[in-house]
Design a binder for this molecule. Structure first.
Ligand SMILES: *[C@@H]1O[C@H](CO)[C@@H](O)[C@H](O)[C@H]1NC(C)=O
Ligand SMILES: *[C@@H]1O[C@H](CO)[C@@H](O)[C@H](O)[C@H]1NC(C)=O
Ligand SMILES: *[C@@H]1O[C@H](CO)[C@@H](O)[C@H](O)[C@H]1NC(C)=O
Ligand SMILES: *[C@@H]1O[C@H](CO)[C@@H](O)[C@H](O)[C@H]1NC(C)=O
Ligand SMILES: *[C@@H]1O[C@H](CO)[C@@H](O)[C@H](O)[C@H]1NC(C)=O
Length: 396
């Protein structure tokens, strides 16, 4: 699935009082100072803190120790090489700092009781990146999945950080979700990333519950959400997302499946407002746009969170509306919003001669959850014919 322009004004219930929330960014995103400026203030090379690129010595504690010196202004540098990540890293309240990981961090342990392998919480003006576009965390989640265990660490957490970016970085084979952005994190930018997980549900790509965030030029291979916005998100702009076998992008929360885009709820208290969805291509997707306010595989939760959708869809072939209530194209005007229904309408056919474009790397099968997943190269295009907004860091 490919989407090259998808904007959200996804409002929490509290934001109903702010009717002017727009489906665009609300201000600038990204760090306030460049990595070069930070490096000039101070550079902390993890090799000086005990790290060894031997894929055996723990790199976690050296990163934590480097943060003590560079987390209040500076750049922490992990040079190219293979490292073993055994102590999981949680770095709080940094300011004007960057973490440049040009090497590959291999999960080398399974410490109990920690949720994230790399967690950045609080603070401001932060950048996580690799200068060679080849930095990665290889989480080897298959070692959990061969035990049929899908409870384990997630890879990356941005929690309550303002003015930040994550780019030119690869996340592979998380035991659970790959990248979670939450805690009112604001003014963020995520781009030039590849995320690759096993072919199973529960291995989400990017889960966003944040404010004023631009996510673009990202490739996700998995079998659950590609990029999903959850309650509390406002002013989220998502574009040029290449979901390479995936549950597609979503608002809400869903099980595995093959959709290009889905709104999903069953009760609940959220509200979705001011949404623009454009240019989805999904040659082999089960549904192109799925609006479901009675997601019946999930028990209803308290609240009347049913869709009031004024859908205006043009385009081609077949529209199926299921369990969507309100007024508009093929939605039901029934007042019984707990009833299930399906309406299938056939609209105007595809323009003559049209066939959905594909990408060279389109896959035909996902990655076996019981085998090690190879670390991908970050693609140079995430939508047919589209050039990423920012050149890959490693291309120069
Ligand atoms: C890391 O390991 C891989 C696989 O063995 C190897 O191809 C690569 O050269 C190593 N990286 C470095 C910088 O040594
Ligand atoms: C690094 O070590 C892990 C085991 O902790 C191993 O599975 C992996 O293949 C190693 N990577 C390289 C590049 O040697
Ligand atoms: C998977 O199970 C084996 C055998 O019980 C165990 O040794 C291993 O630690 C488990 N893997 C993980 C990641 O928990
Ligand atoms: C609901 O829609 C049907 C068919 O479009 C229409 O005949 C009916 O009057 C509508 N009912 C209400 C309550 O708007
Ligand atoms: C898409 O996934 C397939 C494997 O399932 C992989 O071969 C291909 O490289 C992926 N595409 C990209 C751009 O990484």
């Amino acid at each position: 699935m490919l989407t090259n322009h998808l904007t959200f004004g996804l409002a929490s219930i509290a934001a109903i009082l702010a009717p002017f929330a727009s489906a665009e960014l609300s201000g600038t995103v990204g760090p306030l100072t460049t990595a070069t400026e930070k490096a000039a203030v101070k550079t902390c090379n993890v090799l000086d803190y005990g790290a060894v690129a031997d894929n055996s010595t723990d790199v976690g504690q050296p990163i934590i120790d480097a943060f003590a010196d560079c987390g209040s202004g500076g750049l922490i540098y992990v040079p190219e090489g293979n490292y073993s990540l055994q102590t999981w890293v949680s770095l709080s309240d940094g300011n004007a700092w960057a973490l440049q990981i040009d090497g590959v961090l291999w999960r080398g342990a399974s410490p109990a009781g920690q949720s994230y392998m790399l967690e950045i919480s609080g603070g401001s003006d932060f950048e996580l990146f690799s200068s060679n576009s080849a930095g990665a965390i290889q989480a080897s989640g298959y070692l959990y999945h061969i035990n049929d265990t899908y409870i384990g660490p997630r890879v990356l957490h941005i929690d309550g950080v303002s003015d930040w970016s994550v780019h030119d970085f690869v996340l592979v084979d998380s035991p659970m979700f790959h990248f979670v952005i939450e805690g009112d994190s604001s003014n963020g930018e995520v781009y030039n990333m590849a995320i690759r997980g096993g072919d199973s549900g529960g291995l989400d790509g990017i889960d966003v519950s944040a404010i004023n965030v631009w996510i673009h030029d990202v490739m996700v291979t998995n079998k659950d959400e590609c990029v999903i916005t959850k309650i509390g998100s406002k002013n989220i702009l998502i574009e040029s997302i290449y979901c390479n076998i995936s549950g597609g992008c979503a608002m809400g929360s869903l099980g595995s499946g093959a959709n290009v885009f889905m709104f999903k709820s069953n009760g609940g208290s959220g509200e979705v407002k001011n949404v623009v969805l454009e240019n989805f291509i999904g040659p082999d997707n089960a549904y192109s746009l799925d609006l479901d306010s009675f997601w019946s595989s999930m028990s209803a939760v308290d609240g009347d969170g049913n869709a009031d959708i004024a859908a205006q869809v043009g385009g081609y072939i077949q529209y199926v509306c299921e369990n969507a209530y309100g007024s508009g194209y093929c939605v039901s005007n029934s007042t019984d919003t707990t009833a299930t229904y399906t309406t299938t309408l056939y609209a105007s056919p595809s323009p003559s001669g049209y066939s959905a474009p594909t990408m060279a790397a389109d896959l035909t099968a996902g990655f076996d959850v019981t085998l090690s997943i190879p670390i991908p190269t970050i693609p140079t295009s995430f939508y047919p014919g589209a050039t990423p907004y920012s050149a890959l860091a490693g291309s120069s």
